[in-house]
Design a protein around this ligand. Structure first.
Ligand code: FPP
Length: 237
C-alpha cells in the first residue's frame, strides 16, 4: 500500500458542461468524490492523502467561480468535519493560506485544531498552492538564514531544502493520480514528486469512484520502483 497518495482532482468544469450545469455545480459534485476517496483511503490505512483543491493559478479564474469555490470550501468543512472525526482523519493544509479570505482561514484552522489528535489518515488539502511558490519561499528562507549568518552556503543540501518546504513533515508521495485525461503535473509538488509513480485516467473527477482509486493502487503495486538503481540491484537487496 502506498504511504502517501497525491491527487490532482481535475475535470469538474467539463463534468458540469457535459450535464448542462454551471461550473460551480461541478465543484459541488467533486466534493462528493473527495468524500468517497477520503473515506476509502482512511479505511485502507493509507497514511497521507494530498488533494490539489485550489492552485495559485486558480486565483486567475473568474471572480464568481473563485467566490463559489471559497463558499464551497466553508460549507464543506462544516459538513465534513464530523466525517473526519468519525474516520479518525487529521486535516492538514499546504499553500499560501494568507491569500485566502479570513472567514475561510478561520474555518480551516478550527477544523485543523479539532482533528489534530486524530491518528489515522492525514488529509492534506493544497489550497492557494503551487510548487514554484513553495520552492521560491524555501529559497528565500534559506537565503535569509545565510544572510543572517545562521547557515553556510556549503551546508545547503537536499534535506535542508526539503525541510524548508511546506511539506517538511510529510513524506514524499508514492503515487500521483490525475483525473480528466490531462497528462501534466500543473505546478503540483514538483520537488516531492521526483520519484513518485504517476497514474492517469480519462474519468472526470466527479465520475471518479472508490473502485477507480483501488485500480490505481493495484496498478501501483505492480510497479517496480528503482529510484535510479537497476532491477538486479533491487532483487539482490
Ligand atoms: C479542477 O477542475 C478542480 C478544481 C479547480 C477544484 C477542485 C475542488 C474540489 C473537488 C472541491 C473541493 C475543494 C474545495 C475548494 C471545496 P476544473 O475546474 O479545472 O475542471 P475543468 O478542467 O474541466 O474545467
Amino acid at each position: 500500500m502506498p504511504r502517501h497518495v497525491a491527487v490532482i482532482m481535475d475535470g469538474n468544469g467539463r463534468w458540469a458542461k457535459q450535464h448542462g450545469l454551471a461550473r460551480a455545480l461541478g465543484h459541488k459534485q467533486g466534493v462528493n468524490t473527495l468524500h468517497e476517496i477520503t473515506e476509502t483511503a482512511a479505511r485502507l490505512g493509507i497514511g497521507y492523502l494530498t488533494m490539489y483543491a485550489f492552485s495559485t493559478e486558480n486565483w486567475n479564474r473568474p471572480q464568481d467561480e473563485i467566490d463559489a469555490l471559497m463558499a464551497l470550501l466553508v460549507s464543506t468543512i462544516a459538513t465534513e468535519t464530523p466525517t473526519l472525526m468519525k474516520n479518525n482523519v487529521r486535516l492538514l493544509t499546504i499553500g499560501d493560506m494568507q491569500r485566502l479570505p479570513q472567514d475561510v482561514r478561520t474555518k480551516i484552522e478550527n477544523c485543523k485544531q479539532q482533528t489534530a489528535a486524530n491518528t489515522g489518515l492525514n488529509l492534506v488539502i493544497a489550497l492557494s498552492y503551487s510548487a514554484r511558490w513553495e520552492i521560491t519561499e524555501a529559497a528565500r528562507q534559506l537565503a535569509t538564514a545565510v544572510a543572517n549568518g545562521q547557515l553556510l552556503p556549503q551546508d545547503i543540501n537536499e534535506q535542508r531544502i526539503s525541510d524548508a518546504l511546506t511539506t517538511h513533515a510529510i513524506p514524499d508521495p508514492d503515487l500521483l493520480i490525475r483525473t480528466s485525461g490531462e497528462l501534466r503535473i500543473s505546478n503540483f509538488l514538483l520537488w516531492q514528486l521526483a520519484y513518485s509513480e504517476l497514474w492517469f485516467t480519462d474519468k472526470l473527477w466527479p465520475d471518479f469512484t472508490a473502485d477507480d482509486f483501488c485500480n490505481a493502487l493495484r496498478d501501483y503495486q505492480k510497479r517496480e520502483r528503482r529510484f535510479g538503481k537497476t532491477s538486479e540491484q533491487l532483487k539482490n537487496n
